[in-house]
Write a protein that binds this ligand. Structure first.
Ligand code: NAD
Length: 478
C-alpha cells in the first residue's frame, strides 16, 4: 500500500513488509521513506497550516462530523484490515472502528470548549497599578505541525486520539505509524484527506529512529505526541524538550488489580479475564498483576481457571475467538523469557491454555507468586497473556505491591466497602483507578494518562486539545 503525503500516494524503492501475526505471511508492503522524503512531508504539513486555519473552527467541526460518517461507511474494510495486520480479534476491531468514529465526533463538539476564550476586566485587581484602564483577553491558538507516533496495538483509536484533536484546533499532522501496523492508519488518513485541506494529515512510513530524530531536530515540528513504550518515549521526550518542543507521552503500564476478601468474586474474576486476556494482553491498560487477599485467593484462582478453560485461541478473523496471536515472533520470545524467570523466582504455574502451532501464539498462563518474589513479571510491563496472582495478608501489603513498579497508568480495586476501596485508591499511584470494574475501561471524554514513568500529559479529546494549543494573553490599556 502506498502512503499518503499532501493528498498524493507516495512510493519508494525501499519497502517494509507487513505481516499477518496469525500465520506470519506478508500481507502488504509500505514504502520506507528516505530522510529527505520525511522532511518534504514536514514541509507540506507546515505549508498547509495556513490553509487549515483559513477554514473557520465551525467548518472544521462539521468536517470532523463528516469524517466520522465516512469512517462508519468503511467500517468493515477498516476492521478487517486492522485484524489482518494486528491480529486483534475481529469483534474487537469492529468495536474500535466505531470508537474511532466517536472520537472524531467528540472532537467536533469539544473544539468549542477548547477554543472559547476568556475576557477579564483587570479593574478587579489592584496590582499592577493602573488596572482601572485595562482589560485582558485570553485565547488559545494552534501550535503548528504535530509529529505523531503510535504503537501497534490500537491503530485506529490512536490515530483518532492524535489527529482529530489536532485538526479540530487547527494543527496539521505528520503521522508515523508502527511499522508493524501501518495499513489501517493510511486508510484513515485517506478518509480524513477527503474533508480537510491538502497536506493537513500526512503519513510517513520508514525507519523509526530516523523519523524520531527528524521530529526532534526539525524546527517546523512544534509538538511530538507519542504513544508507546517507556524507554523509547522518555528518550524521545528528553531530546525533544531540549530542542524546545512540547511533548505528550502516553507510555506503558503494569496495572494492578486488588481484590479484597469482601469483593464480589465472580465480578472480579470476569474483570481479570477481560483485563489480562483480551487481545492476548496487548493493551497499555491491561490488568498485568492481580493482588488478592489470601482468605479468598483459592476461591478466586479456582473460578478464574475454570472460566479461562472456556477461552478459545485461534484465527482472529473467527468471530468466536478469544485468544489471538501476539504481534511478532519477538513478542512470543519475550513471553517465554518472562515465564521462565517467574518459575525460576518461585512461581507456581496454575494454568496453561492451548494455542495453534502456526502463527505468533503464546498460551494464556496464570502464575501464583509470593509477595517477596523478585520475578520480572511483578516489576516490568508484560505485554502478553501471562497473569501473576499474588496472595497478600493485609490492605497495606496490597498497596505496597501495587505501588512497587516504575509505572502508574491504571489500577482497579474490588470491594463491597466503598470507603475502604476509596482509602486504598487514594494511596495508589495511578492516573486512573477503577473500583469494581476492569482496568481496561477508558472514556475518551475523560483524562487518560499515567503517573511516574507511564506518561507526560493526559489524552482525553479535550485534554489533548489543551496540550496542542498555546495560551495567548492579550491586554488592552485605554
Ligand atoms: P514501541 O515503543 O516499540 O513503539 C511505539 C512507536 O514508536 C512505534 O511507531 C515505533 O515504530 C516507534 N519507535 C520505536 N523506536 C523509535 C525511536 N527510536 N524513535 C521514534 N519512534 C520510535 O511500542 P509498541 O510495542 O508498538 O507498543 C506497545 C507499548 O505501547 C507498550 O509499552 C504499551 O503500554 C504502550 N502503549 C501505551 C498506551 C497509552 O495510552 N499509555 C497505549 C497503547 C500502548
Amino acid at each position: 500500500m502506498l502512503t499518503i503525503i499532501g493528498n498524493e500516494r507516495v512510493d519508494s524503492n525501499e519497502k517494509i513488509a507487513v505481516r499477518n501475526p496469525a500465520n506470519g505471511e506478508i500481507i502488504d508492503y509500505v514504502p520506507s521513506l528516505s530522510r529527505d522524503e520525511v522532511r518534504k512531508a514536514i514541509d507540506i504539513a507546515f505549508d498547509s497550516f495556513s490553509k487549515l486555519n483559513s477554514i473557520t473552527p465551525a467548518k472544521r467541526s462539521k468536517a470532523l462530523m463528516e469524517t466520522a460518517s465516512i469512517i462508519r461507511e468503511n467500517a468493515n474494510d477498516l476492521a478487517v484490515t486492522m485484524t489482518k495486520e494486528t491480529g486483534r480479534p475481529i469483534k474487537s476491531s469492529r468495536a474500535e472502528i466505531e470508537r474511532t468514529a466517536q472520537i472524531f465526533e467528540l472532537a467536533s463538539s469539544e473544539l468549542r470548549r477548547a477554543l472559547e476564550g476568556e475576557f477579564v476586566p483587570l479593574d478587579l485587581y489592584d496590582f499592577p497599578a493602573g488596572n482601572e484602564k485595562r482589560i485582558a483577553f485570553i485565547k488559545r491558538e494552534p501550535i503548528g505541525v504535530v509529529g505523531a507516533i503510535t504503537p501497534f496495538n490500537f491503530p485506529a483509536a490512536s490515530f483518532a486520539h492524535k489527529v482529530a484533536p489536532a485538526l479540530a484546533v487547527g494543527n496539521t499532522v505528520v503521522f508515523k505509524p508502527s511499522s508493524l501496523t501501518p495499513l489501517t492508519q493510511i486508510k484513515l488518513a485517506e478518509i480524513v484527506s477527503k474533508k480537510f485541506p491538502v497536506g493537513s494529515v500526512n503519513v510517513i512510513t520508514g525507519s523509526s529512529e530516523m523519523i524520531g530524530e527528524e521530529f526532534i531536530s526539525n524546527d517546523k515540528v512544534s509538538l511530538i505526541t507519542f504513544t508507546g513504550s517507556v524507554n523509547v518515549g522518555l528518550d524521545l521526550a528528553s531530546k525533544a524538550v531540549k530542542n524546545g518542543k512540547r511533548v505528550i507521552m502516553e507510555l506503558g503500564g503494569s496495572d494492578a488489580m486488588i481484590v479484597l476478601e469482601d469483593a464480589d468474586i465472580d465480578k472480579a474474576v470476569k474483570a481479570a479475564l477481560v483485563g489480562r486476556f483480551d487481545f492476548a494482553g496487548q493493551f497499555c491498560n491491561a490488568t498485568k498483576r492481580v493482588i488478592v487477599r489470601q482468605e479468598i485467593e483459592k476461591d478466586f484462582s479456582d473460578k478464574l481457571r475454570s472460566e479461562l478453560q472456556k477461552y478459545k485461541a485461534g484465527d482472529p478473523m473467527d468471530e468466536s475467538v478469544d485468544i489471538p496471536p501476539l504481534i511478532s515472533e519477538q513478542a512470543v520470545m519475550r513471553m517465554r523469557e518472562f515465564l521462565n524467570d517467574a518459575i525460576k523466582e518461585g512461581g507456581e504455574k496454575i494454568f496453561e491454555g492451548k494455542v495453534p502451532e502456526k502463527g505468533y501464539y503464546f498460551p494464556p498462563v496464570v502464575v501464583k507468586l509470593q509477595p517477596t518474589s523478585r520475578s520480572r513479571i511483578l516489576r516490568e510491563e508484560v505485554f502478553g497473556p501471562i497473569l501473576p496472582i499474588v496472595p497478600v495478608k493485609s490492605d497495606d501489603e496490597a498497596i505496597n505491591i501495587a505501588n512497587s513498579t516504575q509505572y502508574g497508568l491504571d489500577a482497579s480495586i474490588f470491594s463491597s466497602n466503598f470507603s475502604r476501596a476509596y482509602e486504598i485508591a487514594s494511596k495508589l499511584r495511578a492516573g486512573t483507578i477503577i473500583i469494581n470494574d476492569t482496568t481496561r475501561l477508558r472514556w475518551d471524554n475523560l483524562p487518560f494518562g499515567g503517573m511516574l514513568k507511564s506518561g507526560i500529559g493526559r489524552e482525553s479529546v479535550i485534554n489533548t486539545m489543551m496540550e496542542m494549543t498555546e495560551t495567548k494573553l492579550m491586554v488592552y490599556s485605554r
